[in-house]
Design a protein around this ligand. Sequence first.
Ligand code: FES
Length: 118
Amino acid sequence: MEEDAPESEHSRMAKITYIEFGGKEHVIDVKPGLTVMEGAVKNNVPGIDADCGGACACATCHVYVDGAWTGKTGERNAMEESMLDFAENVEPNSRLSCQIKVTDELDGLVVRMPESQH
Ligand code: FES
């Protein structure tokens, strides 16, 4: 079995798969502590506009969390809930990706982008 050297623990990344509405996948290593939105924006993944820069005030970072992951990403917060009222095609697994903090636990996360933001 191959194990990572202990010193690599600190630089552990969570692999997140962002799937564009058209089906194109982007597999990105995101540093824990960033948000799912930041992981996309910093890596030029299209489909997440994030107009407000993560302040939970625009709803243009809308994503659908893959069914296998909804338990791990947690619940929407109240502010997020009210911002999602402004998004289109909201589903039960809709989240604002700026409100999902990346942790080691989310290594392997899969999110899908809506057809458009707004
Ligand atoms: S970036 Fe604006 S609500 Fe998430």
